[in-house]
Design a protein around this ligand. Structure first.
Ligand SMILES: [Fe+2]
Length: 247
């Protein structure tokens, strides 16, 4: 059985005004296999006091109580077109919040028959609502999806959903260890999953240009949605994980 990052569904402080919440396991289909993915969300409290919620996991009552004590939920963010499933439940709980769409997420949800409405679209640069604190860009070049990568400047934290994954063998069923290694997503050397990496073919100059911008942010921490995240040496870990795209 896969092991969780317990305790789940509770706020865990990362630095001033930024928290993670480790969520439940979801099962992602890969060929004939159903792969268990641990999930993780990020919460940033903006200077205004409002909350920026990145890739929300399932909302339960205890988590909602903890969130409500932090401040008003202002932004619900889908970082890429396969990270959005819990946004409708959050939007129902926080109807005043703005739901932000990633490139292609509306079309993706429609093909999955998931009813979801977004209020705004994420751009290749931060919205004025958070531009003084959070930077962002659209990582381009992938033929399946474009992920919006975020950087929380005060804590020097880079936030990545699927472009880097880092599953821990000790938390993953033994029968899947070969797949973690084959897919290049095995801790401590988690990288871009092989299937996504192959879908950058012919477009390495685009991803390299995006990485140059991200590296200029000089991240200290690197938070991932799946697997162990890196609480230090973020820039070095980013270079390691994305070395396939760097000169
Ligand atoms: Fe994911």
């Amino acid at each position: 059985m896969p092991k969780l990052y317990e305790p789940i569904n509770v706020l865990k402080p990362v630095a001033d005004r930024i928290w993670i919440v480790d969520g439940p396991i979801i099962r992602m289909a890969l060929a004939w296999l159903k792969i268990p993915f641990p999930t993780r969300m990020v919460i940033i409290q903006l200077q205004s006091g409002g909350l920026f919620i990145w890739s929300p996991v399932a909302l339960d009552e205890n988590l909602k109580t903890a969130i409500d004590m932090l401040g008003p939920v202002e932004h619900l963010v889908s970082p890429n077109k396969i990270h959005y499933a819990s946004i409708p439940a959050w939007k129902k709980a926080y109807p005043q919040a703005t739901a932000w769409a990633s490139p292609g997420v509306r079309e993706r949800a429609a093909t999955q028959h998931i009813s979801i409405s977004f209020d705004r679209d994420l751009a290749d640069g931060p919205d004025p609502a958070w531009a003084t604190e959070i930077d962002q860009l659209i990582l381009r070049g992938n033929r399946f999806m474009q992920e919006v990568i975020f950087f929380h400047r005060p804590s020097q934290t880079l936030i990545v959903a699927d472009m880097i994954e880092n599953f821990e063998p000790a938390k993953t069923p033994k029968t899947l260890h070969w797949l973690l290694r084959f897919g290049r997503v095995c801790d401590p050397d988690g990288q871009t999953p092989l299937d996504l990496r192959l879908l950058f073919f012919g477009n390495h100059s685009q991803v390299r240009a995006c990485l140059t911008r991200i590296l200029s942010w000089k991240p200290e921490r690197l938070i991932l949605a799946h697997g162990r995240w890196y609480d230090k040496d973020g820039t070095a870990e980013l270079r390691r994980a994305m070395r396939w795209a760097l000169p």
